[in-house]
Design a protein around this ligand. Structure first.
Ligand SMILES: [Zn+2]
Length: 381
């Protein structure tokens, strides 16, 4: 793939021009100090970080390109103007959702089987955070879409692992347990858009149903009634996240969206619905961060896809549906960062790596992810 850097740069350049035209972003200049975190007035101890993975990948044609912008009105008009936007975040790892999300969370390209219930092999951001800063289990949480993510909170690394990870909530698993899989909830319980028959046995550090009431202050009946009003698995996840923010207020919170991945089913309109919903849910979460006293003014929000989708142009590509070819379009994604100390309305097109996220979170919160392969993003610090 000799022309990969060139194609990636072209994708990033196009993205940058779309955003300069439509969202009024200015291009970062080498002379401009960008990150102002040290002067944000928020002590490292009090800082919180929320990470949202943006739904299983979408092409620019349906998002940042002029013809796609109508699908992401909240990102374009509300979030991007308040963010530092990185147009070229390259994922060099395996393009399966679980393994790619695990790689984002460890800062190392994981090679575990995407379709097995295995923990990441390298320490996760949650373990570095909790061990270095001596934080309790209640301070790091993951809310994830599928049973396949139940091991993502804690690695098998011998110096970390056992007892240092994040609590993991699988809202669909909770709903299945609460409803005994009742037909009323079928629209929320689809587990995986690529392998519909994949439903691993749940094991590991999962959130137990009886804690619904204790920690989230939700009765089973209330949860079931509310779920009936929700239109998708990601809506269910965001509902749980809101409850978690209000009742537990973890400092490190990771939310994996997945509705967009319905693209695999080949129905373009459902894929577009997924993008529009994810756009709205990201804005709802940013707004929740502003309105919750525990989060307001001290939270950095990162939004990034785990990876993209294949391009139409690639002769082996699959249009909007899949991410199987590993072409530049499916690997060259983006990231936005919002929060105190981040210079907003600035676009950066320097090439970053997906593994740069964890060391950046480490620098923001004051812990040392010593085994990561990426580097802190200097523009945010
Ligand atoms: Zn997928």
């Amino acid at each position: 793939m000799a022309d990969f850097p060139l194609i990636a740069r072209r994708l990033a350049w196009n993205r940058r021009e779309f955003l300069r035209d439509a969202a009024g972003l200015t291009l970062a200049s080498g002379l401009l100090p960008t990150g102002l975190l040290g002067r944000s007035g928020v002590s490292q101890r009090d800082r919180k970080v929320v990470v949202i993975t943006f739904g299983g990948g979408a092409r620019d044609q349906e998002t940042f390109a002029p013809e796609g912008q109508e699908n992401i009105p909240h990102l374009m008009k509300e979030l991007i103007p308040q963010s530092a936007f990185f147009t070229q975040v390259v994922n060099r790892g395996i393009l399966g959702h679980y393994v790619a999300t695990a790689s984002l969370a460890t800062g190392v390209y994981e090679t575990i089987n995407n379709f097995a219930s295995l923990p990441p092999e390298n320490p996760t951001v949650f373990e570095y955070f909790r061990k270095d800063l001596k934080r309790p289990a209640s301070d790091a949480w993951v809310v994830a879409p599928s049973n396949g993510f139940n091991r993502i909170g804690e690695s098998s690394h011998r110096s970390y692992g056992m007892g240092h990870g994040a609590r993991v909530i699988l809202p669909k698993h909770l709903l299945t347990a609460a409803s005994k899989g009742g037909a009323d909830y079928e629209h929320l319980l689809r587990d995986n858009y690529e392998t519909p028959f994949f439903a691993p046995e749940i094991a590991g550090n999962e959130f137990e149903l009886e804690q619904l009431r204790g920690m989230l202050k939700l009765s089973v009946n209330e949860f079931k009634a509310r779920a009936l009003t929700l239109s998708s698995p990601d809506e269910l996840s965001v509902y749980i996240v809101r409850q978690l923010m209000r009742q537990v207020a973890p400092s490190l919170l990771w939310i994996t969206m997945h509705d967009i991945d319905v693209a695999h089913a080949g129905a373009f309109s459902l894929y577009i619905d997924g993008i529009r919903r994810t756009d709205r849910l990201c804005a709802e979460l940013w707004s929740a961060i502003q309105s919750e006293p525990e989060y307001s003014g001290k939270t950095t929000l990162f939004i990034l896809p785990d990876f993209g989708r294949d391009s139409d142009e690639d002769s082996a590509g699959n249009g909007f549906k899949h991410h199987r070819t590993g072409d530049a379009a499916s690997r060259t994604t983006w990231m936005m960062a919002l929060g105190p100390g981040i210079r907003e309305g600035v676009v950066h097109d320097r090439a970053l790596d997906s593994t740069d996220l964890v060391p950046t979170i480490g620098s923001i919160m004051g812990f040392s992810p010593s085994l990561v392969h990426g580097s802190p993003i200097r523009e945010l610090l």
